[in-house]
Design a protein around this ligand. Structure first.
Ligand code: PNW
Length: 439
């Protein structure tokens, strides 16, 4: 913490990128404008009881209309890069087939607006807003969705091309398979482990099929994938806890890392899931494990796992999500990736941040816990970098408060405060800290 207090960007390697991140459904609103079709999140939010405050992303931060002002704020922060996602239902409203030019226009304005302000655009192609029409045919449990995703990705890469610094195919396939199809907490909200494993496979297949499309249309851009990862540690030395932690690591981390970086599913976890194994076809793992220019890592917390499930270590401090604050886990994770995956591509931390209920007084928002969270995690990242991990950038989650999925507007991750009555934006103290850090 002592070093964190005095941390500056000069402590990081030359060319290291600092940015902020968002996603389409969480900020855009304008859910039925310019030809956008409903996504699975519009459908999910309409079901009673799924979103804790009964809200939806129908308006969110109204970023679709306020994008210019938001780009000015991004520029004012002094970041090098901005990570945003493209909404598939704006670009290919029917899921497959005709491209909606008006949908692409919006992302072209964003891309050019960022470049005009000297900020690198980093695009995520799938941050969970699947066109609802595709869910009617099984969504990600249907292999065809992977091919539809590759076609949609080609349309985006064709329009935005090399102007985009990096394309990430998927954001966090663990969330869009396990949280969505197994735990039922995210759209489409089903509870079926076999469905989740099938979805995870087709998501990764979609990644593999989209990569050559991106390279074809944007050969100068970096192309890769974003995973949410975290150490899954055993709660004790008891063999049953160790076994449970190993299984959690298999499901959460290795289930995605191994196919993508090694071209195989982890054998121990494959055995444990028994009859729920996914429908893998010949050649799939070759596609899935094609070369990535980068690996995006979203890090929020570690898991501490006992035979009974996840536990919170005694004395742990947590964010408003109930997630343990554990910066060391970021160092541990990155060192482990370097040790276990010889072909590991350069890493970007594509998300890291915390939800806290901040105290607003007049035109100030005091959020010292968020500043502490960000600075200690940057410190942990620097430790990994100095230990030889090739980390090239860091994106704070999030640019501004937004629609936090199943928690609606009740959890605030922003560096910038959003007043949802007036759509007023206000830099929190953490944003002012980040701005000073970047100067
Ligand atoms: C990520 N988990 O979601 C997403 O990429 C963001 O859109 C989201 O706002 C942010 O993290 C904060 O939640 C996650 O349960 C959701 O482990 C849930 C988990 C992890 C990441």
């Amino acid at each position: 913490v002592a070093r964190a207090a005095g941390l500056t960007r000069q402590d990081f390697p030359a060319g290291f990128l600092f940015g902020v991140a968002t996603s389409s459904y969480q900020i855009e609103g304008a859910a039925s404008e310019d030809g956008r079709s409903p996504s699975i999140w519009d459908v999910f939010c309409a079901k009673p009881g799924r979103i804790s405050d009964g809200s939806s992303g129908a308006v969110a931060c109204d970023h679709y209309h306020r994008w210019e002002q938001d780009l000015d704020l991004i520029a004012a922060l002094g970041v090098d890069a901005y990570r945003f996602s493209v909404a598939w239902p704006r670009v290919v409203p029917a899921g497959r087939g005709p491209v909606n030019a008006a949908g692409l226009d919006f992302y072209e304005r964003l891309t050019d607006g960022l470049l005009a302000r000297g900020v690198q655009p980093h695009v995520t192609l799938y941050h969970w807003d699947l066109p609802a029409v595709l869910q009617d045919q099984g969504g990600w449990t249907n292999r065809d969705t992977a091919y539809a995703f590759a076609e949609y990705s080609a349309a985006v890469a064709q329009r935005l091309g090399n102007r985009v610094a990096s394309y990430a195919t998927l954001n966090e396939p663990w969330c869009s398979s396990v949280l969505s199809y197994e735990l039922g907490e995210h759209a489409p909200g089903t509870r079926d482990r076999a469905a989740a494993l099938s979805a995870a496979h087709h998501l990764m297949l979609g990644h593999g099929l989209a990569m050559p499309e991106i390279r074809r249309h944007a050969p100068q851009s970096q192309a890769g994938i974003v995973l949410n990862l975290g150490p899954q540690e055993s709660a004790s030395d008891r063999p049953e806890d160790i076994r449970a932690a190993r299984h959690a690591d298999g499901r959460f981390n290795r289930w995605f890392l191994d196919p993508i970086l090694r071209g195989e599913y982890p054998a121990d976890t494959w055995e444990e899931i028994g009859g729920d194994a996914p429908p893998v076809q010949t050649g799939d793992l070759n596609l899935i494990s094609a070369h990535n220019d980068f690996l995006g890592v979203n890090y929020y917390t570690r898991g501490v796992i006992g035979a009974q499930g996840g536990v919170l270590p005694e004395g742990a401090s947590v964010t408003d999500m109930g997630w343990e604050i554990h910066p060391q886990g970021l160092t541990d994770l990155l060192l482990r990736l370097k040790a276990d995956y010889p072909g590991l591509p350069p890493i970007y931390i594509t998300e890291n941040g915390a939800a806290f209920s901040d105290e607003r007084s007049g035109d100030r928002v005091h959020d010292p816990r968020r500043t502490e969270f960000l600075s200690t995690h940057l410190n942990a990242l620097l430790d990994a970098s100095q230990a030889g991990v090739d980390v090239r950038g860091y994106f704070a989650w999030s640019l501004m408060d937004n629609f936090e999925w199943a928690f609606g507007y009740e959890k605030r991750f922003g560096l910038i405060y959003v007043d949802y009555d007036t759509q007023e934006r206000l830099m929190k103290d953490s944003a002012l800290w980040y701005q000073a850090f970047l100067k």
